[in-house]
Design a protein around this ligand. Structure first.
Ligand code: HEC
Length: 110
């Protein structure tokens, strides 16, 4: 009986952990908040003025990233884009950049 309860608890814990990591990789939210949200907005939508003054794209709109493969998004975060999107290859690891790319795709799924 005790064993059954223990197994059930473990299974539930695992299910929760898997769901959480599918939605947002560990640390991604705080990394994005610290590094990217000043321009992109905490939920991936820039303020109206950021949008018009700098042309910051809205990640919460599914069409924004839909046709851009992960490899291209990683390259943009590494090397920057246009005049306003900074290059992060000297400040973030490839793992952090990959994590952020998966994370920004979640904004259009809520
Ligand atoms: C100083 C403001 C600023 C910061 C900080 C910033 N971005 Fe950007 N980002 C922009 C702007 C502006 C664009 C649009 C560039 C263009 O199209 O010319 C952009 C574009 C992008 C794109 C390309 C989207 C597309 O549709 O092609 C990605 C991906 C991106 N940013 C991710 C990030 C990530 C991840 C971070 C944090 C590590 C970050 N950005 C930090 C301003 C910023």
């Amino acid at each position: 009986m005790a064993m059954k309860v223990l197994l059930l608890t473990a299974a539930l814990g695992l299910a929760t952990a898997v769901t959480l990591s599918a939605q947002q990789p560990a640390g991604a939210a705080s990394l994005f908040a610290k590094t990217c949200a000043s321009c992109h907005g905490a939920a991936g939508t820039p303020t109206a003025s950021m949008k018009t003054s700098m042309g910051v794209p809205d990640f919460a709109v599914a069409a924004t990233l839909a046709s851009v493969p992960d490899s291209a998004l990683r390259a943009i975060v590494m090397n920057g884009k246009g005049r306003m999107m900074p290059a992060y290859k000297s400040r973030l690891t490839p793992e952090q950049i990959a994590t952020l790319v998966s994370y920004i795709r979640t904004f259009s799924k809520h």
